[in-house]
Design a binder for this molecule. Sequence first.
Ligand code: HEC
Ligand code: HEC
Ligand code: HEC
Length: 131
Amino acid sequence: MLASQPRSQTKPPIQTPDLPGITAPDKFSSGCVSCHVKLAADKDFRLVQAIKLIKGHPSIAAVKTVPNDCRACHSGKPGAAKPLSEAVHKAHFGKKSKSEFVSQFHGQCLSCHSIDPATGKQRVKSGPKNW
Ligand code: HEC
Ligand code: HEC
Ligand code: HEC
């Protein structure tokens, strides 16, 4: 009987979310390096610093394009570091609602991923290192 009811009664109110690059501007168009920036001397959120907080992490001197070059080690192959997707997803969602990425940045997939609405293609955004 839905079809015979007035549209205003059957349709829920419009609730378009802010989807970066789809319904809203993309504030983090280069992904990792757009968000992991140095805001001040005591607020250095660049990845080179974030990585230092991971105990025993090897040097990332060879990384030029982020996160593409992280994959050289994070291949998930036997003996190599865990797949990049697992390392990065865990770093941002591991603490669930206590993850700062979730509580301060809406925990959006589209901070790191982008979807081209025309083609449907997904990619992981990237950019040159900022350190
Ligand atoms: C929109 C902002 C944002 C984007 C984009 C982003 N991050 Fe983060 N990242 C954070 C925040 C906030 C934290 C602090 C950790 C938390 O969520 O509690 C963090 C933490 C990290 C850490 C530290 C984890 C630890 O164990 O201490 C690494 C490494 C990291 N991010 C890598 C990346 C990489 C690689 C990308 C791109 C693929 C990326 N981030 C994209 C916001 C961002
Ligand atoms: C020279 C090799 C190497 C490079 C380059 C590298 N990593 Fe790692 N990374 C490791 C190893 C080894 C570990 C510890 C073992 C593991 O987690 O598989 C690790 C651990 C991590 C972890 C913690 C994983 C966890 O869940 O415990 C994160 C997050 C991470 N790396 C992010 C990055 C990011 C982002 C980049 C690029 C900016 C990067 N790594 C580049 C070797 C590397
Ligand atoms: C902080 C950055 C970041 C966020 C947020 C993020 N991803 Fe990812 N995602 C990555 C990276 C980096 C890779 C690995 C890309 C590669 O190796 O080419 C990846 C890979 C993937 C893959 C490929 C399959 C796999 O696991 O290897 C899927 C599917 C995926 N992400 C889904 C999601 C979904 C769904 C969300 C939101 C709930 C999300 N991602 C949020 C960074 C992120």
